[in-house]
Design a protein around this ligand. Structure first.
Ligand SMILES: [Zn+2]
Length: 946
């Protein structure tokens, strides 16, 4: 049988070789200057063909691809089908002898001059793209003529698979010229295995080496000296990087504009475009640009998203929220690349804001930024502008906007700092462009208006406007960046920053220094000793994180005592007197309360020690570690778990996330795990009990804390969880996507059919009440809780600001140590809410295991206007009603996969919800009466664009 098939294939192949396409034997080729139709631009393409025989006009038929032109129907937004009259047709047909002339005309298949509108055409337009043969046939004589026609989104658009061939070709072309150097560099691989493509353009390879090995090294070690030197030197004696990026690949002109620029750079001697001044013409020589700069293009940071024409990555997470958390392969790659190249400017090309938006942002600004140096000076409180109009991000934005509109159909642009009051802030470093500010780069999110060619032109010329501006102001701008590094190295808290740090009422708040003169401490100690560190696993992670981000990390050589506590040799120390101290500090400091603002764009709580759950000590004593430190340059590997256990049964402490991975591995292999229902000095409610020998085979790569089991211990068997996750409520990244990512990361078993599940984990509120009948249910966050209430799945009382789904707070919280869900926490601990709700007194039968602290100062940081009503209210409880078990969290335990300290709450809820004695513990009491909500917020409900 096999042989026959092989023969047949050979025969077919031979046939194909002997008889090329049947068309080309007798068909003529149409002659056309332009063979591109467009989805976003009405076009009319002249064609002409000599049939070399007689044809008849009324016998002619036209087809494109495999269907007649009459079948190329336009899209109907109402029926969501292609059922309107055809959008491609022929016009002005005439015959002169045997020669046919006419026009191939397209109107707009979606009725729009851009393809960014969601859901249509945004999510469907790619299905129309491609190259199709246009065939003209005389039905009488059978005479044919044809030509290939390409249907484009707009001129210059690339589908994912078209990017790399174009990059390869332009890199070859650029290097062919001999006077410039093009280099492809993959900055990393996505979880689906795609390379993240970056192209570097420089004068030659030596300029890149010289920058990395000399200029940047000196900049980070002795910026003051370098600053003096460049003031004297010819600016072309050194080159600094300019970085262009795209984070959201379905904002496609951000990709195409880069490829367009690269093509020009690979072939042209100069760029000629309309300049910043009205009616001026700018000539920018490629040689001048490369004498001064190294151009870096990360064509798209999200190739998996590009392949699917979607905003999010393959985990459905938004990487433009993840740059400071770095939970995703893409942001790990970007952060390492930013630390490696440390660009002077960073432009992230996004869409779509019809007004053409270019950052800088509205306040509040993250206080760790050296904002005066980034903007070009102190802010004038009256004009809200920079004193003396010095070079900086504001002038840079204007140059981008002016040149962007001078070379496209647009006539204006906006800068949030001046055109919005609030709501487009940079208090959060999750956005790629904002993240670059912490490296001292002039970072800008640029939001082009639409998905079409005009926006490609606007984006491309915004970049050219940027290059021109940075060329004109190179020395000053680079000196400002060097000054940022100098402030770091001298751990100087320069008060010039304060003018930018305004409150919502317009008054200057400055950096939140508390009782201290210096906003920055002298050191952070991350203890490694068990007695001083509650989760050493997270410290190993932080070491890798800091090294990836260019923060210097040290280990103490000898023991050091600070405030009566002795930190043994080997403690991890982050000194603040270093160039990238702000990056370290932003991750480790307390954070700010911005609740007086009416709107914020996204979360602002970062606080790694609290949300990853490790001990970090702020040291305010200069020279405490002078001459006592050794630098760590490679991540430290976690030691192996101490397996010295004599007892047959072992208690696995539920005090880090490796314990969850271990338990899930064992459960997946059918090993028995019990959840502990009693506590002692060493053992907490909610720890796990396993057979010691069973466990030993699963420890590789995991660092868990083990305790010998006493002869008798109360514990309940864990029914291996089979989790059904409710789907997202939209196509945008949301808590449900983060929950899926986290549970996968922890190794839980997730089933796709609710019928196969023994627990439903809901963080979207997307469910049918009937389908949940008899299923144990865990609801997380306000969308789930609201749906539970609306569908009367359970009698729930929740409180939240109107439109307050984006309100967040790091809160002081109390946990019930007699409940296995919360038994491994402290009775006075923290919680985190990012979707704005708390629950009020539940049914008397319910067991409250987490609540907001009763103290007046319960609110630690975040953005939650009018958060008084939250005080003392419920964050989590368990209940059993009519044979159905429930756990409710208003704590967003999986938010952005950053809340690692809180994962154990969810895990233990999952492990215990199917057990017979599920409802346990004494339960916490609500003692602060329910308060009325005093504030109506005006939060922007849309997460998009940006
Ligand atoms: Zn975007």
């Amino acid at each position: 049988m096999k042989k026959l098939i092989k023969l047949l294939v050979t025969f077919l192949l031979t046939l194909t070789l002997l008889v090329p396409s049947s068309l080309s034997i007798y068909a003529q080729t149409l002659s056309m200057e332009d063979t591109h139709l467009s989805l976003t631009e009405k076009k009319s393409l002249d064609f002409e063909v000599d049939f070399k025989e007689e044809i008849s006009l009324d016998q002619l038929s036209f087809s494109l691809g495999d269907k007649p032109l009459s079948e190329w129907k336009a899209f109907n937004m109402e029926t969501e089908a292609y059922d309107l009259k055809p959008w491609i047709r022929v016009e002005d047909l005439s015959i002169d002898g045997n020669v046919l002339k006419g026009k191939l005309v397209n109107s707009l298949p979606y009725g729009l001059d851009a393809t960014d509108l969601r859901p249509y055409p945004r999510w469907t337009f790619e299905e129309l793209l491609g190259t199709y043969p246009l065939v003209v046939k005389d039905e009488g004589s059978g005479a044919k003529a044809s030509i290939d026609i390409e249907i484009q989104n707009y001129t210059g658009f690339h589908k994912y698979e078209e990017i790399q061939p174009d990059l390869d070709a332009l890199i070859a072309a650029g290097n062919e010229k001999g006077d410039r150097f093009f280099k492809y560099e993959s900055i990393g691989q996505t979880d689906e295995g795609r390379e993240i493509p970056m192209v570097i353009v420089a004068k030659n390879e030596e300029t890149i080496d010289h920058y990395l090995n000399n200029t940047l090294t000196e900049a980070l070690n002795d910026p003051a000296k370098l600053s003096e030197k460049i003031a004297q030197d010819d600016p072309t004696s050194y080159q600094v990087p300019i970085f262009i990026n795209n984070t959201h690949p379905d904002e496609s002109p951000g990709i195409d504009a880069q490829i367009d620029l690269l093509k020009d750079l690979s072939t042209k001697e100069e760029f000629i475009f309309n300049g910043q001044e009205k009616d001026s013409l700018e000539r920018l020589k490629v040689s001048d640009v490369l004498d001064n700069f190294i151009l870096i293009f990360c064509v798209t940071l999200n190739p998996d998203g590009k392949a699917e024409n979607q905003r999010e990555n393959s985990h459905k997470l938004d990487i433009n929220r993840d740059n400071i958390y770095q939970t995703q392969a893409e942001t790990k790659a970007m952060s390492a690349t930013l630390a490696k190249y440390n660009p002077l400017t960073f432009i992230d090309l996004h869409g779509f804001v019809p007004e053409f938006l270019i950052e800088p942002t509205t306040p509040p600004h993250e206080p760790n930024f050296e904002y005066d140096l980034l903007m070009g000076g102190e802010m004038d409180p009256d004009t809200k502008d920079v004193v003396d109009d010095k070079p900086g991000a504001i002038g840079h934005a204007r140059a981008m906007g002016d040149v962007g509109i001078a070379n496209s159909d647009y006539t204006s642009y906006i800068i949030p700092m001046f055109d919005y009051g609030d709501g487009w802030d940079d208090a959060f470093l999750g956005y790629t462009a904002v993240f670059s500010l912490i490296h001292g780069a002039l970072g800008h999110t640029v939001e082009i208006p639409a998905q079409n060619q005009q926006s490609l032109l606007a984006a491309k010329h915004a970049v050219l406007g940027s290059i021109k501006y940075v060329l004109d102001n190179k020395t000053v701008l680079y000196q400002n960046q060097l000054e940022i590094f100098r402030r770091g190295i001298e751990n100087e808290d320069n008060k010039a920053v304060d003018s930018w740090l305004v409150k919502a009422d317009g008054s200057v708040g400055g950096r939140p220094r508390g009782e201290n003169d210096n906003f920055f401490p002298d050191y952070y100690i991350l203890p490694m000793d068990k007695s001083l560190q509650k989760n050493v696993n997270e410290v190993y992670d932080m070491i890798s994180y800091f090294l990836r981000n260019g923060v210097k990390v040290y280990q103490s050589d000898i023991e050091v005592t600070y405030k009566d506590i002795t930190y043994p040799a080997g403690s991890i120390v982050i000194p603040m007197n270093q160039a990238k101290r702000s990056l370290a500090n932003v991750s480790l400091y307390q954070g700010t309360d911005e609740s007086d603002w009416g709107a914020m764009y996204a979360e602002i709580v970062l606080n790694y020690p609290k949300l990853h759950g490790f001990d970090s000590v702020e040291v305010r004593q200069a020279d405490l570690f002078a001459d006592k430190l050794t630098e760590i340059t490679e991540p430290l590997s976690k030691p192996a778990t101490d397996q010295n256990i004599e007892s047959d049964q072992v208690v696995i402490k539920a005090n880090n996330n490796d314990a969850l991975i271990l338990v899930n591995k064992m459960l997946a292999d059918g090993k028995e795990i019990q959840i502990v229902n009693e506590s002692s000095d060493e053992i907490a409610m909610g720890d796990y009990l396993a057979n010691t020998e069973d466990m030993k085979g699963y420890l590789e790569g995991l660092l868990v804390n083990l305790v010998e089991s006493p002869d008798s211990i109360k514990a309940t068997k864990v029914e291996p969880p089979k989790i059904y996750l409710t789907p997202s409520s939209s196509n945008y990244a949301e808590l449900a996507d983060e929950t899926r990512f986290v549970l996968n990361q922890l190794g839980f078993t997730i089933v796709e059919d609710i019928k196969d599940a023994n627990v439903v984990v809901d963080s979207s509120g997307v469910f049918e009440k009937d389908a949940l009948k008899d299923k144990n249910y865990i609801g997380i966050g306000s969308m789930a809780l609201q749906a539970v209430k609306d569908q009367a799945l359970y009698p729930l009382e929740i409180q939240m600001n109107e439109d307050g789904g984006g309100n967040e707070g790091l809160l002081k919280a109390n946990y019930d140590l007699t409940n296995p869900i919360s038994g491994s926490y402290q009775s006075d601990d923290i919680a985190y809410v990012s979707s704005g709700s708390v629950m009020n007194q539940p049914r008397p039968e319910a067991k409250i295991f987490a609540k907001v602290a009763d103290d007046d100062d319960f609110y630690l940081e975040g953005w939650w206007p009018g958060h008084d009503f939250v005080q003392g209210q419920v964050l989590g409880f368990a209940d059993s009603m009519e044979d159905q078990n429930f756990v409710f969290f208003s704590t967003d335990v999986t938010n952005k996969a950053h809340t690692r300290y809180l994962y154990r709450l969810l895990a233990n809820a999952i492990y215990s919800i199917n057990s017979e004695n599920f409802i346990e513990g004494e339960g916490l009491k609500v003692s602060v009466p329910k308060k009325d909500i005093q504030v109506e917020t005006t939060e922007e409900t849309t997460e998009e664009p940006r």
